[in-house]
Design a protein around this ligand. Structure first.
Ligand SMILES: [Zn+2]
Length: 134
């Protein structure tokens, strides 16, 4: 697995900050700074000005996936997610190095990129089988 990976070192999820979440009040893109000691995240929305805290699940397996992440896509029994755009690019790099031949994963990344940029280009649309927004 290692030989085709890019040379950058393994990165921890905490290095990607702030996290992108869906605003509780307006549904727009907001940011969250996780406080692991308090198991909570401080959320701030630039769009509506909302400022609030949300709990982070103590269950390690659920702590991230339970958050209202902006970049989240369900796939069969699994949920693929990224905490922000930088993290998404990183994941794609790592996964792409070993699994590039799997079109379904490419579709999911395409979908997540589309969510990130709020628009679908025709290539993504086709490969992911998604309807364009609006
Ligand atoms: Zn908001």
């Amino acid at each position: 697995m290692g030989e085709r990976l890019p040379t950058n070192p393994i990165r921890r999820i905490g290095e990607f900050a702030p996290w992108w979440i869906k605003c509780r009040d307006c549904g727009d893109l907001a940011v969250m700074s996780p406080d692991w000691g308090k198991r909570s995240g401080q959320c701030k929305c630039k769009n509506c000005g909302a400022l609030y805290k949300i709990p982070i699940n103590r269950n390690y397996a659920r702590q991230v996936v339970d958050l209202p992440l902006w970049l989240k896509a369900s796939f069969r029994e699994n949920v693929l997610w990224a905490v922000n755009g930088e993290h998404l690019d990183y994941l794609e790099q790592v996964v792409g190095a070993t699994l590039r031949e799997r079109p379904i994963l490419n579709s999911i990344f395409c979908h997540l990129h589309a969510v990130q940029s709020s628009k679908l280009d025709s290539v993504c649309q086709e490969s992911a089988g998604l309807a364009p927004p609006n």
